[in-house]
Design a protein. Structure first.
Length: 190
């Protein structure tokens, strides 16, 4: 079996072209690597709903916690948008085209992994996509289930940083997500 290598980045966010790093090495050393996150959303009457996944209990980092709709680490030589498309297919069975995804932003996130001697040190590319009635195929080996949450519920459930229900991306991450979706909704109104 071939080991997938992760794309590493320098402090300015530029890809390092040295062959990448194995997953375990990257998280044990806290090396800066990349990930792409896809957030699927839809309009439900007057509400906006966001699809969240419940991570499989077999995951090493944050098992059983709620997380983005789909996403994962960028493999060596891969572009963030390619990772987003690949992970949406692998985790949700969604076939997306790069042009369907809107970049909400890029941020740096560094956090120790609960109950493990590892550090996630990611540049995170956040993408949003509006899909009114997506045909989903879950669970998978990485996703236990998916749940639609109103944007207001997501905001209230993630307002306390000590909350252990979600992967702890933090308030700036969630604000970026909420602002991007709100902007798309407002564009449609005007």
């Amino acid at each position: 079996m071939t080991t997938l290598l992760w794309q590493l980045y320098d402090p300015q966010g530029r890809p390092i072209h040295d062959g990448g790093a194995a997953k375990l090495k990257a998280v044990m050393e806290g090396t800066l690597h990349g990930s792409a996150h896809v957030w699927v959303w839809r309009r439900a009457g007057r509400d906006i709903e966001v699809l969240v996944q419940k991570r499989a209990t077999t995951k090493i980092n944050w098992p059983g916690r709620l997380d983005k709709s789909a996403g994962g680490h960028i493999t060596y030589g891969e572009q963030p948008i390619e990772t987003a498309v690949r992970k949406a297919q692998a985790e949700l069975g969604l076939t997306l085209l790069p042009g369907q995804l809107q970049l909400a932003g890029v941020r740096h996130w560094k956090a120790p992994v609960d109950d493990a001697d590892m550090v996630e040190n990611d540049l995170q590319w956040l993408y949003i996509v509006e899909l009114p009635h997506p045909a989903l195929s879950v669970p998978t080996g990485e996703v236990q289930e998916v749940i639609w949450k109103s944007l207001a519920t997501l905001k209230s459930e993630t307002g306390d940083d000590s909350m252990k229900l979600y992967v702890p991306y933090g308030k700036p991450y969630l604000m970026m997500l909420q602002e991007a979706i709100t902007q798309k909704v407002n564009e449609a109104i005007h």
